[in-house]
Design a protein around this ligand. Sequence first.
Ligand SMILES: Nc1ncnc2c1ncn2[C@@H]1O[C@H](COP(=O)(O)OP(=O)(O)OP(=O)(O)O)[C@@H](O)[C@H]1O
Ligand SMILES: [Mg+2]
Length: 386
Amino acid sequence: MTLEILYHRPILAARLSKLIMQVAVGSAASSGVFLAAPRRTGKSTFAREDLRPALEAAGAIVLYADLWKDLTKDPGVVIVEAIREAVGRNEGFITRLAKASGMEKVNVGGLSFSLDKIGLGKDIDLTRALIALSDESKQMIVLMIDEAQHAITTDDGVAALFALKAARDELNSSKHHGLRIVCTGSNRDKLAMLRNSKDQAFFGASMVQFPTLDKDFIDWFCANLDLEHALDPSEVFQLFQESGYRPELLGAAADEIRFDLTLNPQAIPTRFAVLVRAQADELNANLKKVIHSLTPIQSAVIRVMSAKGESYAPFEAPTMELYAKAMEKAGIDASNVKVEIPGVQQALIALQEKKLVWKASRGVYAVDEHVIVDLLREDGLLDDLS
Ligand SMILES: Nc1ncnc2c1ncn2[C@@H]1O[C@H](COP(=O)(O)OP(=O)(O)OP(=O)(O)O)[C@@H](O)[C@H]1O
Ligand SMILES: [Mg+2]
């Protein structure tokens, strides 16, 4: 499957775009919309290729910030750059901003107004920049933040979110034309941290379980595959579900078949299934290896965190008891071990280094990927721990 060829979901995009732009009575959509779906299932592709055009078609200006595109850049900076880029697209925006910031004469072609003036703690804050965009264009602004959870891992990221909250409240007043913030991410628990507590920037925003690619995608995939032997879409859909709705696994299996010049066409469907399953197993096997090499306390911590989900509080007394229970269940004699806070802290650090656990800037933890929780649950390792 070549990467340029994409399956589009215009109906889903139109529905979501309506949900984002038109706020119904009593709806929290103006606080922001969060879209969560597992890793590698097509979130970013959908956001860029389907949702963005749908929002634009519905009359919005769309700004896109991908916080994972360049991990060396602070997420706060990436958000600021997305806004600068939008302002820089149009002379009218620049002129208005320059005037608003007290410049008498504006020489747009020259250097008298620099977009660098826009930023956190700069001459022009994000609210003013977004207001200029809104007033000049008279359009609603939709800011899409991909991998938004990354913003709360740094101070500038958190500051940017708060600046956006202020901008959102101002732009959603009747004087302007509205600002909607759409956050996507792979992990529901992490995303939820952006909106769960009152001191977070997106308190009350709606969380939407983003639909994975469906049977129609598989029909499209099978119809366009062009192998020497056709594949049965219902069998392929079964494989797709088993392997976590990840299009790449299907694409890679098809490529392997294409390049296997000795393969008898009749054998293609069976071979395809074997290849897809082998890749999915390999991904899980690597993860299982890491999980099985944990120390008893590390294992107890990740199991309790997985079982507790959003309500996980690492150092509270009932949680400490659960760690002890988890260790006992793993066959460790509880009279021999005492679970104490420093031990839990060390385990949390080790789990972060192994990329099993993720930490937000203010000491809140989440399991890094939901598949870890699924694997633990499948092995019965989460029973009686919540
Ligand atoms: N609609 C689609 N049609 C064809 N291929 C797709 C489609 N959506 C996604 N893919 C393929 O699936 C892979 C993952 O897509 P994408 O990067 O959009 O997923 P993601 O959920 O954002 O992943 P991540 O968790 O890494 O951010 C890519 O190789 C992409 O080409
Ligand atoms: Mg992505």
